[in-house]
Every structure is written in structure tokens, then in C-alpha cells.
Ligand binder design. Structure first.
Ligand code: ATP
Ligand code: MG
Length: 431
């Protein structure tokens, strides 16, 4: 026997038992986005490395140590996307989508980061992503946040809380950064190694430190909310009023900085206490400078990304969602050469007559007894049983699998009506 091949570390298979929850999440997201007028965009998972360096920033964790970067056969440096925004902005520029136009877009799919795999943190993970390009806000900032709140409600996810901050403009941030560096230099002995390194490249990331030993020194640091330029402060005030008007609770967290360089003004994060240290389920912010940074005319924009693995885990915990939802309504058991041959056609006719009907045909033979065991395991409510002698008489046996009602013979041409009367396709119409 040959050795089996293992999956790449940190990259998961999504197994059929879990796919219903993922589909429910993605369906709810699609419906919600449509209700707000957002349209889907799909972009490649592979982009030129330069795109992410220039957008996410050289001194971020992602670019410094998390990217899957390699040379392709032509010798070009390419990178598996670690996030979606940079690729979406690139696609908008490549296709002229921002010429006298604004865009409200969504995207979903796999992202790749070379992190230490643990619960809720993987090397291939999935994000649902929305972007509004060409909008100054703060009305659109509020709308985007309300859209995420609606998605939680739709999914039955409670216990998530919204944290909000403003990072100001790049100019006001430079002034603040100076103050921050000055403060941390005065307390350099209390900084851990990571933070000392960040002091040079990205001092604001120190505020985001997860090291408990750093808590005190971080708590005493100057706050960005005290150093906003007047226009950013007004923008932030108006955003908070919009959210207040909508009755959406939030906490201002002046230490929320986010891990990507391109953010300006509004940043936010939905966090939960139900997932241990991987507590962020959805995060986003405004990136007014990014489009110009990537070579376009300046266009203000904002977006967020939701981690699907973490959202699915929350759905599972909070709702005890049944993973093993029945996948078929009717199981067709067939015995005898003639019945087996006629069975496939019978199933096709039933699907024609009853759009939405989920019917599994027994494939590969077997005794009626073993076929009925399979029928039971499939979760089907009804079995349709047909042997050669029944086929000869033009009937099949309809056998309820979940109720005590007796089985009964039904003429083949009356089967669709009998199945419909039994309500097997209830709630599922034609597609
Ligand atoms: P974290 O603080 O957990 O590292 P992040 O700030 O790096 O998150 P973003 O880049 O904002 O995350 O990505 C948006 C969302 O994607 C996060 O809120 C999280 O739910 C999810 N996410 C990020 N990295 C991973 C990962 N490696 N595995 C699974 N989900 C992830
Ligand atoms: Mg991260």
C-alpha cells in the first residue's frame, strides 16, 4: 500500500456534514447584500506581490511574515491573496469601474496567510467581503455597519459587540504617531520585544498588543481620538449619530488600530466572547487613500470582511444548529433488472413533475432490506419501492419512513400527485 498524502498544514477540508451551515451563512449574506444594492465581484486568488506590498504596507504582520509568495514559472513574484480589498481595488482600476461611477460590491472566497494554525486561525480561511467605493461617508459607513448587524440578526448570531474608532487622516496620524513614539520611548523598558521592533516601523500596532504584560503601558498611551483633525472628528461624530439613530449599540475603542496600513478615519470590529482569543468575527474600515496609492484618481472608500470559519463556529455554538440536516426527501429503492433500469427514468420523471424534490435513487443494487437501511440513513421521509413484479403491474410502494402510517401501492402515473400530497417538497418550489 502506498502512503496517503496529507493536506497542507492549516488548510481544511469542508466536509459535507458542515456544508449546510456554510451555505446558510453565504445565502444569508447574498440576500442581505442584495437588499442593500451591493453586487458581486470575483477577483483572482493570485495577484502580483507588489499589489499587497503597496496596499497593506511593508511593516504589517501580513506583509512581513504571513504571505504565501513565490515565483511563478515565468519568474514573476506572485502572492496568494491574504485579503480581498487590494484585489478588488486593482480590479476596479483595471476595468475602469471607478470612471465617473461609484461601486457597492461584495465578494467571498478563500484567503491565505502563513500564520500559526490554531482554533479559529488557519492558513487557508474564507472571508465574506463588502466594499463601497466612491463614497465619502459617514452615511455609507453607517449603512455598511448596519448591513453587518442585519446579517448577524438573520443568522441568529447574538453576543457580538461593535467596537468603533477613527484613525483620522494620514496627516493627523503622523502628528499622533510622533506623540506615540515619544511616549513609548519614555517607557521603552516596559516594552516587549515585538513592540520594540514595531516602535520603528508601525508604532500604532503596539496598541493592539495581546501581551498582558503590556496592558499598563498601553493604557497610559496618548489616544488617537484626542488627536483627530477637525474634519475627521466631525465625520466620526456624525457616524456615531447615525448609529445612535438606528439604535445600534457600539463602544468607542481608541486603541483599535487594525493590522493594515491603508485605513483612514472609520475603523471597526465586531468581537465576541464566545470564541476565546480569536475574538474578531468581522472587521473593516475606511481606506480613502488606497485607490490613489494603487495608481488611480483619489476615490474615498470603505469596506469590511467577515471570517467565515469564525461565523460558522458562532452559528453552531449559539444555535446548536443541526449539521445533519436531511439531504433528500425521497429514497427510491429498486430490485430486479427491469426495475433498476426503469428506476432512473422514473426518478427523472418525478424531478420533472416536482421541481425542488430531492430524490436519491438507490445505485449499486442490494437487497430491499439493505436499501431501506440506506433510505433510513439518508434522512428521507418517504421511500418509493419498486421491484420487477410491481413494475409489471405499473405500481410502486409508497412507504413512510418517519411515521407509523402504513405503506401502500400507488400507480406510477399517480406518484407525483401522491408525493406532492405528502408534502415532501414543502417550502421548496421550482428554482
Ligand atoms: P486577527 O486579529 O484575529 O488576526 P485580523 O485583524 O488579522 O484578525 P482581518 O485582516 O481584519 O483580520 O480579517 C477579517 C476577518 O477575517 C477577521 O475578523 C477574522 O474573522 C478573519 N480572519 C483573519 N485571519 C484569519 C485566519 N488566519 N483564520 C481564520 N479567520 C481569519
Ligand atoms: Mg491577523
Amino acid at each position: 500500500m502506498r502512503e496517503t498524502i496529507q493536506a497542507v498544514r492549516g488548510m481544511n477540508d469542508l466536509l459535507p456534514a458542515d456544508s449546510a451551515a456554510w451555505q446558510a451563512l453565504e445565502r444569508a449574506a447574498r440576500e442581505t447584500f442584495a437588499e442593500y444594492g451591493y453586487r458581486e465581484i470575483r477577483v483572482p486568488v493570485l495577484e502580483r506581490t507588489e499589489l499587497f506590498k503597496r496596499s497593506i504596507g511593508e511593516f504589517t504582520d501580513i506583509v512581513e511574515k504571513e504571505m504565501y509568495t513565490f515565483l511563478d514559472r515565468g519568474g514573476d513574484s506572485v502572492t496568494l491573496r491574504p485579503e480581498a480589498t487590494a484585489g478588488i481595488v486593482r480590479a476596479c482600476l483595471s476595468n475602469g469601474l471607478l470612471h465617473n461611477q461609484r461601486q457597492k460590491l461584495w465578494c467571498m472566497g478563500p484567503m491565505f496567510r502563513y500564520e500559526r494554525p490554531q482554533k479559529g486561525r488557519y492558513r487557508q480561511f474564507h472571508q465574506i467581503d463588502v466594499e463601497a467605493l466612491g463614497f465619502e461617508g459617514p452615511d455609507v459607513d453607517a449603512e455598511l455597519i448596519l448591513m453587518s448587524a442585519r446579517l448577524w440578526r438573520r443568522l441568529g448570531i447574538g453576543g457580538v459587540s461593535l467596537q468603533l474608532n477613527s484613525l483620522g487622516t494620514p496627516e493627523s496620524r503622523t502628528t499622533y504617531r510622533g506623540k506615540l513614539v515619544e511616549y513609548f520611548r519614555r517607557h521603552e523598558t516596559s516594552l516587549d520585544e515585538d513592540s520594540r521592533r514595531r516602535l520603528e516601523g508601525n508604532p500604532m500596532r503596539i496598541l493592539d498588543s495581546k501581551n498582558p504584560a503590556m496592558r499598563e503601558v498601553v493604557a497610559g498611551a496618548p489616544l488617537i481620538t484626542d488627536h483627530l483633525d477637525p474634519a475627521s472628528a466631525a465625520h466620526f461624530d456624525r457616524l456615531r449619530s447615525h448609529l445612535d439613530d438606528a439604535g445600534l449599540a457600539f463602544t468607542v475603542n481608541p486603541r483599535l488600530v487594525r493590522g493594515l496600513d491603508y485605513y483612514s478615519r472609520t475603523v471597526f470590529e465586531w468581537i465576541t466572547s464566545d470564541l476565546g482569543s480569536q475574538d474578531a468575527v468581522c472587521s473593516g474600515g475606511r481606506y480613502d487613500g488606497l485607490v490613489a496609492q494603487l495608481g488611480g484618481e483619489p476615490v474615498p472608500a470603505i469596506g469590511w470582511a467577515l471570517g467565515e470559519e469564525r461565523a460558522v463556529e458562532l452559528m453552531r455554538r449559539l444555535q446548536g444548529r443541526a449539521d445533519s440536516e436531511a439531504t433528500v426527501d425521497v429514497y427510491l429503492a429498486l430490485a430486479g433488472a427491469a426495475a433498476e433500469r426503469a428506476g432512473l427514468q422514473l426518478a427523472e420523471r418525478l424531478r420533472d413533475a416536482l421541481p425542488g424534490l430531492r430524490i436519491e435513487t438507490n445505485c449499486g443494487g442490494g437487497s430491499f432490506k439493505s436499501q431501506l437501511k440506506r433510505a433510513d440513513r439518508s434522512g428521507a421521509r418517504l421511500a418509493v419501492i419498486m421491484g420487477d413484479d410491481e413494475l409489471a403491474r405499473g405500481v410502486a410502494t409508497l412507504k413512510p419512513l418517519r411515521e407509523t402510517t402504513e405503506q401502500r401501492p400507488v400507480p406510477l402515473d399517480e406518484l407525483p400527485g401522491a408525493l406532492a400530497a405528502a408534502g415532501v417538497t414543502a417550502g421548496r418550489g421550482p428554482h
